[in-house]
Design a protein around this ligand. Structure first.
Ligand code: GLN
Length: 485
């Protein structure tokens, strides 16, 4: 027997296990049924039907032996059905990165974040769709078909973690993992009306995440509310010796939060976040929320971060440079599909040309751009310059955080746009990342929390950016915003 809808939160789910009104197996099988009925959304690229049910039955046995509360002490995510973005390794399963190139690639090991979720008791439902190699902001760049918005099918769900956002929003998973290089967790979370967190760079291990822009990439949780986000985040955070950029810093655990410091929250509001091009409905919704936060005791501090205007060019130089270097390993020999045409090639050059023809348009564009900005003669003018300006942006944030606890603004200039609307203009597409990119460039934690909808019912998110490694404070501020609703 299955239910038409899943639990509304992790605590709701655990409550129903505690009261024995359901079992892990029943909940997992109802997710699997909804997934099978919702394939037109193209949220999942693979579904783990057999193994997730088997795992659910094992967990139900543990439950009957030990009781939930004892299990939760060592497995805080006991039984929680989770979806994983298909650029993160789950041992033995495919990791396609939504690319023809890796269509047949199977992961030989678990990503650290996946192993940690497993140890915390989570059940994996499947792997979710994305823009190819996480390059994109709409969910349209997948080689296996665009992900649809759950509310209005002709709209995009946002990307690149499109399938993870849709899985959570359409009740096809209780929570999900995404990755965020320039906004890929926060943008789709905001378009789909769910919560998403990009942790501080170095906070969550990147081991087992397929690299895009290595100095920017972070794995993070996507969920229905901020408490669930915190629950998933706590399971995956912490130092990992297998990722050289993983921070050696104590996990945030359940340490003190901003509000418990007894000081009213100081919220920075940068002028550069409320510029021309911001949808008036998004702006007025954010203004209302900020006003209510002020009324409930927070201080609003106007800020100016003048270097933010350079974020997009800086990001698209650095991210493409790193991508061109990271993707050079896909040479047609070592990973993934061996193209027939390549095997017939008569020279090495022709071999690469055929092999790499399997990449989609956007991936090729990034490789070309990245190789250009790194090439002799242009390296100093583009790549080095971009790294310098990145530093200035980070320093501006450091100064701002002397005055404020969090910084608030939009996640995106508008709500979910129509599919195909920006197809012909990569630049227009890149402009959507205006508000999310700065946190990646500065390595700061940032989250998107739902605050309302526009007049057509499309969700609007608020972005909050925190101090480095202050995920606790950031999540607490997210809870405060959520409590206003
Ligand atoms: N939209 C941005 C890009 O296309 C960000 C992608 C991401 O965060 N993975 O690069």
């Amino acid at each position: 027997m299955s239910e038409a809808t899943g639990p509304s939160s992790i605590s709701d789910f655990h409550e129903s296990l505690r009261s024995r009104s359901t079992t892990v197996e029943q909940v997992v099988s109802s997710y699997l049924e909804r997934m099978a009925l919702s394939r037109s959304l193209c949220a999942y690229l693979s579904e783990f039907a057999g193994q997730s049910l088997e795992r659910a039955r094992e967990l139900d046995e543990c439950l009957s032996r030990e009781g939930l509360d004892r299990l939760l002490e060592r497995s805080p995510l006991f039984g929680v059905p989770v979806a994983i973005k298909d650029n993160i390794h789950v041992r033995g399963e495919r990791t396609t990165c939504a690319s023809r190139f890796l269509e047949n690639y199977r992961a030989p090991f678990d990503a650290t974040c996946v192993a940690r979720l497993r140890d915390s008791g989570a059940v994996f439902l499947g792997k979710t769709n994305l823009d190819e190699f996480a390059m994109g902001g709409s969910g349209e760049n997948s080689a296996f078909g665009p992900t649809a918005h759950p509310l209005q099918k002709e709209r995009v769900p946002g990307g690149s973690s499109s399938g993870s956002a849709v899985a959570v929003a359409a009740d096809l998973a209780l929570a999900a993992l995404g990755s965020d290089t320039g906004g890929s967790i926060r943008l789709p979370a905001s378009f789909c009306g769910i919560a998403g967190l990009k942790p501080t760079y170095g906070r969550v291990s990147r081991f087992g995440l397929v690299a895009f822009g290595s100095s920017l990439d972070q794995v993070g949780p996507m969920a229905r509310n901020v408490s669930d986000l915190a629950g998933i985040y706590r399971a995956i955070e912490g130092h990992d010796p297998r990722d050289a950029t993983s921070a050696r810093i104590a996990p945030s655990g359940s340490g003190p939060s901003l509000s418990s410091e007894g000081r009213p929250l100081r919220i920075g509001v940068p002028a550069e976040f409320f510029v021309e091009g911001l949808d008036p409905e998004v702006k007025s919704t954010i203004d209302r929320v900020l006003e209510r936060l002020r009324a409930s005791g927070a201080t609003l501090v106007p800020l100016s971060l003048p270097n933010l205007v350079h974020s997009i060019p800086v990001y698209y130089v650095i991210a493409t440079a790193e991508a061109s270097s990271n993707l050079s390993r896909y040479d047609g020999v070592r990973f993934g599909v061996r193209s027939e045409a390549a095997m017939q090639a008569e020279s090495l050059e022709a071999f690469y040309e055929e092999a790499r023809a399997l990449f989609g348009r956007e991936v090729k564009r990034r490789i070309l751009l990245g190789s250009f900005v790194l090439s002799a003669g242009y390296h100093d003018a583009y790549y080095r310059k971009a790294c310098q300006v990145r530093r200035l942006i980070a320093e501006e944030f450091t100064r701002a955080f002397e005055q404020v606890d969090v910084i608030a603004g939009p996640v995106a200039p508008g709500t979910a746009f129509r599919r195909g609307a920006l197809e012909r203009s990569p630049l227009q597409m890149y402009l959507n990342d205006l508000y999310t990119i700065p946190a990646n460039l500065a390595g700061l934690p940032a989250l998107s929390v739902p605050i309302g909808a526009d007049s057509t019912g499309l969700p609007i998110g608020l972005q909050l950016i925190g101090r480095p490694f202050d995920e606790n404070g950031l999540l607490q501020a997210g809870l405060d915003v959520e409590a206003l609703r």
